[in-house]
Design a protein around this ligand. Sequence first.
Ligand code: PNW
Length: 501
Amino acid sequence: MLKFVFLSVLLLAGGVKGQDDEFLYDVFPPDFQWGVATSAYQIEGGAFADGKGLSNWDYWSHNGSYEGHCNVRDCQNGDVGGDSYHKFREDAALIKSMGADFYRFSLSWARIVPTGRVADGVNQAGIDHYNEVIDNLIAEGITPFITLYHWDLPLPLTWDGSWLNEDIIEHFKDYARIVFENYGDRVKLWLSFNEPHVFCFADWTYAYLNPFNWTQPVKPYICSHNILKAHALAWRMYDSEFRPTQGGKMGITLNCDWPEPLDPANSAHVEASDRSMHFHYGLYANPLLRGEYPPIMRSLIDAKSEAEGRNESRLPSFDAEWTQIVNGTLDFLGLNHYFAYKVVPDDNNESIWVEGDANIHIEPDDESWNHTAVGWPITPFGIRKVVKWIADEYNYPIYITENGYGHWENDTFNDPIRVEFYKQYINNVLRAVRLDGADVKSYTAWSLLDNYEWASGYSVRFGVHHVNYTDPNLTRTPKASAMYLKVVFADNGFPNATRTD
Ligand code: PNW
């Protein structure tokens, strides 16, 4: 009897949700690209090697504390980490054995430009190192996809105000020039920044500045404004000086989780979700594609700033010249996505976080949602919705540059939850492409290997390869998820049930 009730509920749910909620057996377009990702501070180690300068994270993981605690769980640092600085050949072999098309990794700015300012000199040993990394990838048949800035900022620039000091715009451009000059003959895919919304809005752990000072947000918007200008100048320089001979593409990658309306039938809830999307994704995508902040951000923050008695809006504006410079400086949109959350409208939310300015409130997760060991919801439907929203709003090529599953401590090599995570999330990307018509060009799994998960140190593992940190060799071992992705990559999706079930 119970079995019967359970079955009918399942059937009913299937019937109500409709056909396109079902697992889709189909493949991605033939030119779809598959990759795996890491970032410099999270995997390299070699923190003091061969003339590298120090970064905010080198400093921050060793010094200082927040409310009497180490800044990082268990006071861990990235001095050695996975030691990819020395093991990059081994890493490339892992990528090759997965059959990935590309490897997304980031450069340590301080390894190439030790003080962050090119006028102080560049570090030839650092430049040579990445030449070896790139040459080796290409020799292995793997396309290098480089992020210029994935949160590790040369320390002197950090002391100078980091992304709040607009001098950094020119320093970033100078660094980008060195990078394009040295690697652009072989590297054709570039990301300027990884997730400015995280490092501009999160607390000091990510940028070594406290953007909020625990008042209504001003600094996160200044940080974002400078990021947009820095991106635009680097893109324009690439476009005019390097693209004619090098012929690559440059985008930015934006983190965006999915704001699920608490009641999808309530239009006010849907509008709240929409506002959250503009405040997270549109904040950067809109200026770069349309030359201005999303109109809903402009009107809400301007009105709030006036009500707070300010002379100027907390959201800066681009003057006519900057509007021209910033507008139209993307070759593709990057997306990092992990989970969904529930939103409702709230016009009186005094929160100093995004919710306050966006007039939304975040509700507890749906009871039916499972969570990763580290507490992030596992909501595969969210990646389809977020991709569809971006595709509908901007009608632009989308590269999914991160998606993955984090777990406490030493997973065994058998990681069935991660396998299921990839299966369901990638299938939802497939539905966004095949059923919703989104122009998604690529998918990237985060991460190639276990790594330094920022303020969580080594305690959270996102890798599809296990790293044994107690073994001096830092041995890498494929988890079941690496082997599962190998099949999905080879099949370019899910052609039928036999290979991936
Ligand atoms: C990303 N969130 O960060 C970063 O790009 C990676 O370096 C990091 O290892 C990975 O995701 C896993 O955390 C995020 O709260 C940090 O939504 C926080 C969020 C999303 C992404």
